[in-house]
Design a protein around this ligand. Sequence first.
Ligand SMILES: NC(=O)C1=CN([C@@H]2O[C@H](COP(=O)(O)OP(=O)(O)OC[C@H]3O[C@@H](n4cnc5c(N)ncnc54)[C@H](OP(=O)(O)O)[C@@H]3O)[C@@H](O)[C@H]2O)C=CC1
Ligand SMILES: C[C@H]1O[C@H](OP(=O)(O)OP(=O)(O)OC[C@H]2O[C@@H](n3cnc4c(=O)[nH]c(N)nc43)[C@H](O)[C@@H]2O)[C@@H](O)[C@@H](O)C1=O
Length: 320
Amino acid sequence: MKSGSFMSEKSAKIFVAGHRGLVGSAIVRKLHDQGFTHLVLRTHSELDLTSQSDVESFFATEKPVYVILAAAKVGGIHANNTYPADFIGVNLQIQTNVIHSAYKHGVKKLLFLGSSCIYPKFAPQPIPESALLTGPLEPTNEWYAIAKIAGIKMCQAYRLQHQWDAISGMPTNLYGQNDNFHPENSHVLPALMRRFHEAKANNADEVVVWGSGSPLREFLHVDDLADACVFLMDQYSGFEHVNVGSGVEVTIKELAELVKEVVGFKGKLVWDCTKPDGTPRKLMDNSKLASLGWTPKISLKDGLSQTYEWYLENVVQKKQ
Ligand SMILES: NC(=O)C1=CN([C@@H]2O[C@H](COP(=O)(O)OP(=O)(O)OC[C@H]3O[C@@H](n4cnc5c(N)ncnc54)[C@H](OP(=O)(O)O)[C@@H]3O)[C@@H](O)[C@H]2O)C=CC1
Ligand SMILES: C[C@H]1O[C@H](OP(=O)(O)OP(=O)(O)OC[C@H]2O[C@@H](n3cnc4c(=O)[nH]c(N)nc43)[C@H](O)[C@@H]2O)[C@@H](O)[C@@H](O)C1=O
């Protein structure tokens, strides 16, 4: 189902929740590029989205017209596995508060972002939207996945009961500027970029990479995701969530070799098989979004080079 008025309302008030994160910052850049003039932004310290009363008074006062929910407790396989209570609890709180107050205060349309980890561990590949809730989840991220599934279902329930335009996008693994480069808690791509960079700077002979190297992952540049989010806000008002991926998958070993090349590290890789592999494969079926008219533009090679340049200028140089 198409809606099609978002792009014609460039002065409408838009709340981008999580605007300093990887995804939120890319969405803000995209909205500015597209000529949107009235973004409402709050840092975590200005507005804690886990506080129901604070979220409620924010919506009562600001009354945004559109909401893009890119605030969440996010992390890689180790963080998900180590802090299950935070990943389920914080995410349920943020999304429940924002979705309910947005509905209550007359928001016209809301986009909720989930993740490809909502699908069963052994889902058919590529994974269609219809695979949701058809099998057991991957244990390393089931707490986060359950929260994200609840978010999809909340959007669907509010649409059914209140005819409210809440939609959900399910991005694949993302990367790009403003990513989290924490050594343990980040996702694989920024973790390896940092590790290879530091190994090169310290003339180290080897770099440790987690797991067996055999899992397959699909990576999408965050600027492509932001473009897809704006597209969905404008063009999609359906009940079902929509997959957002690149359609290209690589093994973790191939990814490690690519990052190594982009960074220019000359040593060898050592695999730490005490670390979990996680789900063996999660390539999404992106045909629904393609049939609506959206496809990604940034190749993994170009995206990696761009991200490394950003990392050098914004993380490495700022530390010096
Ligand atoms: N990164 C990825 O690979 C993927 C991400 N996604 C989804 O995209 C969305 C954004 O993820 P991403 O940009 O990577 O995450 P980030 O961690 O980069 O950004 C999340 C943002 O949310 C804010 N935030 C967290 N908790 C609160 C809170 N209690 N109150 C207010 N703000 C808060 C953070 O602020 P602060 O840092 O100050 O706490 C941060 O700005 C999430 O819904 C995630 O599930 C989906 C698939 C893959
Ligand atoms: C987006 C998605 O992200 C998470 O799922 P994931 O795809 O498993 O995420 P990941 O990026 O952390 O790992 C991908 C693969 O890479 C391997 N790996 C190698 N070396 C490092 C490494 O140094 N760090 C990390 N994190 N992983 C490494 C790692 O062992 C695994 O096999 C979800 O929890 C959930 O948050 C979610 O939705």
